[in-house]
Design a protein around this ligand. Sequence first.
Ligand SMILES: Cc1cc2nc3c(=O)[nH]c(=O)nc-3n(C[C@H](O)[C@H](O)[C@H](O)COP(=O)(O)O)c2cc1C
Length: 139
Amino acid sequence: MFLVRLVYVSTFSKDFQSQDIEAILNVSRENNLKKYVTGMLCFNRKYFLQCIEGTRQSVNETYNRIVTDPRHHNLIILDYKEIAVREFSDWSMGYIPESKLTNDININFGGTSIFSPYDMSGESAFMMMLALKSTVPAL
Ligand SMILES: Cc1cc2nc3c(=O)[nH]c(=O)nc-3n(C[C@H](O)[C@H](O)[C@H](O)COP(=O)(O)O)c2cc1C
């Protein structure tokens, strides 16, 4: 069994309500803990950018559930690769809210001050989550 990391972007399907993201995080954390899936979820009330890591089987099973979820659409995989070690082992699903996606972060890892994950490379998206992980409480 070896490890993989998947990074994808998607678009939220409705107008933001805080209970929506809480519900997504609660079920994600519960399921991911059981399967040793770890990762980060960024959300700016419009787009999701998520990284999930774990065994190939558990990451694929998790993604196959996520992809059919009607709460988001237009999923695009930015990166999928075998990895030697996890980067987000402290988080069953860490959450990076809009307030952390500052102009400086967006300029450093994207082209402009606006968070536009569809325009990011998989590597930039991953590096952005890495840069922010120290600001995210372990969960
Ligand atoms: C943006 C987004 C991210 C999600 N991330 C995860 C995740 O990391 N793990 C997970 O199990 N479910 C995740 N989900 C929820 C799944 O789509 C699905 O609702 C859930 O896995 C079903 O779990 P259940 O069979 O226990 O009800 C996510 C959903 C959305 C919209």
